[in-house]
Structures are given as structure tokens and as C-alpha cells.
Design a protein around this ligand. Structure first.
Ligand SMILES: Nc1nc2c(c(=O)[nH]1)N[C@H]1C(S)=C(S)[C@@H](COP(=O)(O)O)O[C@H]1N2
Ligand SMILES: [Mo]
Length: 249
């Protein structure tokens, strides 16, 4: 479904309380309108429910032997090397943009939040998959702490690395942002994230393809639109490679 249709559907769903259907039903002559509204309402619910479904989770013995690194395998800056040398003790992740209570959290603070552990499959569009265990707080936890404002439609992820000389970044809508398997991961298979896999923090957005899982995460930003961000298409690969913004699986 096109992004614009999905957004309209979700906005419409929020704007149409169940009571509105009852009122329409009682007006008699509006019968046709009621049928249309009801069908549409039902379709909207079905769409939303399928977006909220969980990605498959696996048993520990199904894990792949190695998770290859893809795209950037490190961040080529002195600042990153210094963070790495100190075990990322001072690395901070900001939650900012259209929020009432901006946050700047250390890894220790992230680890102190309730954690989700999930064994899931990563699917890269280049034709490989890998199953691994990821742990970290749910993104919804951070968004609730920061109190995302009503005008926000998307969450943008900022990264420390560049690829082909451009900042890597990505974005998702609020359905994926509040999905229970969308986590800010700091561990892979029970160990701190390896450098090639995004140390010290990367997103896991399990209902999306690999390029939507940003590594080397520095900030989480609530925005109304991404028109003014880099190429305006909501992500690195969307800007440079013509990849789809919605990469749902
Ligand atoms: N910051 C950043 N995040 C990124 C990339 C990247 O180059 N830089 N590559 C993406 C792609 S295409 C994939 S498939 C996965 C690869 O994750 P991995 O290196 O842990 O296998 O990270 C994604 N996130
Ligand atoms: Mo990928």
C-alpha cells in the first residue's frame, strides 16, 4: 500500500470513534454512508492488526553461526575510536524532535530499563538472512519517557557512520515505532554488539527489511515529515538507491 494511503487510513481510524458508526446508523437515510463507513472502518482495523502482528521468533539452536556485517562495518572517526577504547561508557543516545521531554541516555541507563530479548531473522535485500538473539529496551519505552507530541508522524534514526560519503539514516512510521519487537539493541547473542554489527547501539525493527535497521545509533528524532532531511525520502537507501521507504515483511 502506498505510504500516503496508509497514513490516511491511520489518521482516519483515529478520527472515527466507534460511536460515530452508531450515530450514523440511527440517522436512517444515511444507510449507504453507514455501510461504506463501516466497511472502511473494518478494513482499517484489519490493516492495522496485520501491521501489529509479531515477526516469527526462533529457538536458541536455530541461531546462525555468524551475523555478517553489511554496509558500514565501523565508524571511521577518531571520536568513535575513542568511544570504543573506553567501552562506549560515555556514548549517548538522544531522543529529540517533537517530544515534550527530550532525553540523553547512556548505555548504563538504557540497560537499566525493562529489556526485551528476541531471536529473530534478519533479511537483507541483497539476498541473505541470519537468525540471532537481540536485546534492549523497546523503542516505545523511550518514546513514552520522552512524551512524543501529537504532530509527530515519523521516527527518524541518526547514525554516527557515513556510507559513500553520506550520513546513514532511516525512518519508520508510528505503527512500527510502537511495535513490541522494535527495540534499541545493545546486545547480540548475549554479548555487547560487535563493531561490524553497529556497536554500541542499533535498531531492530523486526517487521522491516535489513536496511531499515540503523546501526551506530546516536539519536532518535520525532518529526512531522522528512521533507527537509537529507534527500527527503526518509532514508539513506531510499535517497541514493531508490529503495522503497516501506520495507515491511
Ligand atoms: N548505520 C548503518 N546502519 C545500517 C547499514 C549501514 O551501512 N550503516 N546497513 C544496513 C543494511 S543494508 C543491513 S542488511 C544491515 C546489516 O546489519 P549487520 O551489519 O549487523 O549484518 O544494517 C543496516 N543498517
Ligand atoms: Mo541490507
Amino acid at each position: 500500500m502506498a505510504e500516503i494511503e496508509r497514513r490516511a487510513l491511520l489518521a482516519g481510524l483515529a478520527a472515527l470513534p466507534a460511536a460515530a458508526c452508531t450515530d450514523l446508523a440511527q440517522t436512517g437515510p444515511a444507510g449507504d454512508l453507514f455501510d461504506t463507513a463501516e466497511n472502511w472502518h473494518r478494513a482499517a482495523h484489519r490493516t492495522l492488526a496485520s501491521r501489529q502482528a509479531l515477526a516469527p521468533e526462533y529457538a536458541p539452536e536455530e541461531r546462525s553461526l555468524d551475523i555478517r556485517g553489511n554496509g558500514s562495518l565501523t565508524v571511521d572517526t577518531d571520536e568513535y575510536r575513542a568511544h570504543k577504547a573506553s567501552g562506549f561508557a560515555d556514548w549517548r543516545i538522544e531522543v529529540r524532535g517533537l517530544v515534550t521531554n527530550p532525553l540523553s541516555l547512556t548505555l548504563a541507563e538504557l540497560r537499566a530499563l525493562p529489556q526485551r530479548i528476541q531471536i529473530t531473522r534478519h533479511d537483507c535485500v541483497e539476498g541473505w538472512s541470519a537468525i540471532a538473539e537481540w536485546s534492549g529496551p523497546q523503542l516505545s519505552e523511550l518514546l513514552d519517557m520522552a512524551r512524543v507530541r501529537e504532530e509527530a508522524n515519523f521516527i527518524v534514526f541518526r547514525c554516527a557512520d557515513t556510507l559513500y560519503g553520506r550520513d546513514y539514516y532511516e525512518s519508520i512510521d508510528m505503527v512500527d515505532a510502537y511495535h513490541p519487537q522494535t527495540i534499541v539493541a545493545h546486545q547480540l547473542n548475549g554479548q555487547p554488539l560487535p563493531e561490524k554489527n553497529g556497536a554500541p547501539l542499533r535498531m531492530r525493527i523486526e517487521r522491516q527489511l535489513g536496511y531499515k535497521h540503523p546501526k551506530y545509533l546516536t539519536a532518535i528524532e520525532a518529526v512531522a515529515s522528512f521533507d527537509d532531511i537529507h534527500g527527503g525520502k526518509g532514508g539513506f537507501w531510499e535517497d541514493v538507491g531508490d529503495y522503497q521507504w516501506y520495507a515491511g515483511i
